[in-house]
Design a protein around this ligand. Sequence first.
Ligand SMILES: *[C@@H]1O[C@H](CO)[C@@H](O)[C@H](O)[C@H]1NC(C)=O
Ligand SMILES: *[C@@H]1O[C@H](CO)[C@@H](O)[C@H](O)[C@H]1NC(C)=O
Length: 221
Amino acid sequence: MKTTPNKFLLLHLTLLFLSSIYFSTSNADDVEFSCNANDKATLLKIRDHFGGPNGRLSDWDNGTDCCSDWSFVGCGKPLPGRITVVTISRGWGLSGTLPAEFGDLPYLNFLSLAEMPKVTGPIPNSFSKLQRLQKLDLGSNSLSGSIPTFLGQLKGLQEFDLSNNKLTGVIPASFGSLPSLSQFNVSFNQLCGAIPTGLSKFAKSSFDHNKCLCGAPLAAC
Ligand SMILES: *[C@@H]1O[C@H](CO)[C@@H](O)[C@H](O)[C@H]1NC(C)=O
Ligand SMILES: *[C@@H]1O[C@H](CO)[C@@H](O)[C@H](O)[C@H]1NC(C)=O
């Protein structure tokens, strides 16, 4: 029983020590989770491409945190502060071409820019750098040119929607062997040629309304 007061003292000191650790690291966490400077600079270039600070992306402001304060973007794992999600769609009426700078967001896994008929032109080559991309939705814009072969080489792709654009050419064979692809839609374009065999499991409505696509699930070539 003689040792009891010492035990109490020890307990108090331990608690004091633990709480000081807690309070010093919680500040460090706040800093860690703020927006990565490179990603922020890239997003500001994208904002300027789409009309600058007074345009539709006006809350993309250099003075605020892009992870917590900006519309249409999100940060996430594996690295705190890196942009993983950009989703802008109908109602935000952007116009112009797709900015090549999207290729400079190395942690992007979900990109959606959809239902904006004034978004035109080709899919930039820089999208080949988006090696972590899992979902790409560029549906219902006015994109032209062909579906780039490199998109079919982004091995993590799960969902892919380029429906309702003005795309021409063939569906690159590379799409036929993507291991995780669970949704695919290129309907309502001007595509032609044979559908890669690996894509025949998708519904007819994924391919309907093109110029001359053929092969399962559509009619034989
Ligand atoms: C954003 O702010 C940083 C830090 O104040 C500055 O270095 C950078 O040049 C600014 N970028 C733009 C595009 O204004
Ligand atoms: C593909 O997209 C078109 C037009 O956006 C839609 O009508 C159709 O239901 C979609 N099909 C699938 C399988 O998602």
